[in-house]
Ligand binder design. Structure first.
Ligand code: KG4
Ligand code: ZN
Length: 348
């Protein structure tokens, strides 16, 4: 079966084909549309969906051309229908339903988070990693989510911990914005931190553990950084970033301290998970924040010290992408779990 995966839950459009026979991702294409949002310091939903509407047909055609396939050869359309920005989700779902109806194809609505969780199986040569065995724990960290899932089988996963407030990626994006840097901030924060060798200059607060429960919290950290920036004269609560006082050195030190702090929080939570679920042999790190090489190294080291195996998808499959949606669509189609043309979008 050939599955066309469409992802449009936020600002990007990701499209790919998954071939269930060869277990390969074909023609993976991502149209990232950050530019029009940069001046607003975050995603503007109306701009995102309008831009997606203008380009979705082109991205699908490009993907099919790269994969050397025609639309007629596709068996099933898998499309992200939740959670996300409603306008953006609607672009993908309406387009998918249109194709499915016009060409008499099957359709499957995919949960974006399930896509991220199972992206752990995708490799840089676009095949499926056979070394990752169930059960494993997936740490999903992106601009919208920070969650731990116990993954028991394809499509069978359970939430075992999540953020009580902000997502990890959001902490990077918001601190970047406070320092007058463009959206999204994660990659730039990592670059600045690497320039000062990932030292911890300011000892920002690590979230406190709440008993046996595994939960994350990044809102307090974000506020602590905000007040530190105010103290350093880099930020004015009334007017925003004080450009004249924001030096490269301070940006590097704040970025590095923030990243080390997030690294410590992740390691602490994963250690807690090792203790609570000793039967788990592997950890998979997924979502946009999993592009971060420093955090990957920290978690690799932690897994090594505890006799566990660490997995992460290549960066192209960490950030939002059509490959993960096509892949999840592949096993759902194999399991006969199709949606019908009443498929709707869901915000949560
Ligand atoms: O998965 P994703 O593309 O979209 C969401 O579903 O949110 O993740 C985007 C997030 C942004 O918050 C971005 O700052 C973060 O991933 N990110 C990073 C890095 N690259 C992207 N965070 C830390 N380090 C990076 N290298
Ligand atoms: Zn995502």
């Amino acid at each position: 079966m050939l599955i066309l995966g469409i992802e449009s839950s936020c600002d990007d459009i990701g499209v790919a084909v998954f071939d269930t026979a060869t277990q390969k991702i074909l023609g993976n294409t991502l149209l990232s549309q950050i530019k029009p949002h940069e001046m607003f310091g975050g995603i503007v939903p109306e701009i995102a969906s309008r831009a997606q509407l203008e380009k979705i047909d082109v991205v699908i055609q490009q993907t099919l051309t790269k994969a050397n396939l025609s639309l007629e050869q596709i068996d099933t359309i898998a499309v992200t229908n939740r959670p996300g920005l409603v306008g953006s989700l609607l672009v993908g779902v309406c387009f998918a339903k249109g194709i499915a109806w016009a060409q008499n194809k099957k359709i499957i609505g995919i949960n974006h988070l399930e896509g991220h969780v199972f992206s752990a199986f995708l490799t840089s040569d676009h095949s499926v990693n056979q070394d990752l065995k169930f059960p494993f724990i997936a740490l999903s960290a992106s601009g919208g989510h920070t969650a731990l899932h116990m993954v028991k089988d394809f499509g069978e996963y359970e939430l075992i911990g999540q953020t009580l407030d902000d997502a990890a990626g959001e902490a990077f994006d918001k601190v970047a914005k406070m320092m007058g840097m463009p959206y999204p901030g994660g990659a730039l924060i990592e670059k600045l931190a690497s320039q000062v060798d990932f030292q911890d200059f300011f000892s920002y607060p690590r979230s406190k553990s709440t008993g046996d429960e595994i939960s994350f919290s990044f809102s307090g950290l974000k506020t602590a950084v905000l007040y530190d920036l105010v103290k350093k004269g880099m930020y004015d609560l009334a007017t925003g970033p004080v450009t004249d006082n924001i030096t490269l050195e301070l940006r590097q030190q704040v970025s590095s301290s923030l990243l080390v702090c997030v690294g410590d929080i992740f390691c602490k939570k994963i250690k807690q998970a090792f203790k609570k679920y000793p039967e788990i042999k592997s950890i998979a790190f997924v979502g946009g924040v999993a592009c971060n090489a420093y955090l990957r190294n920290r978690l690799t080291q932690l897994c090594h010290n505890h006799g566990k195996t660490f997995f992460a998808a290549p960066p192209a499959f960490c950030t939002d992408n059509g490959g993960m949606i096509a892949f999840v669509g592949g096993y759902k189609a194999t399991q006969g779990k199709f949606s019908d043309l009443n498929l709707d979008v869901m915000k949560e």
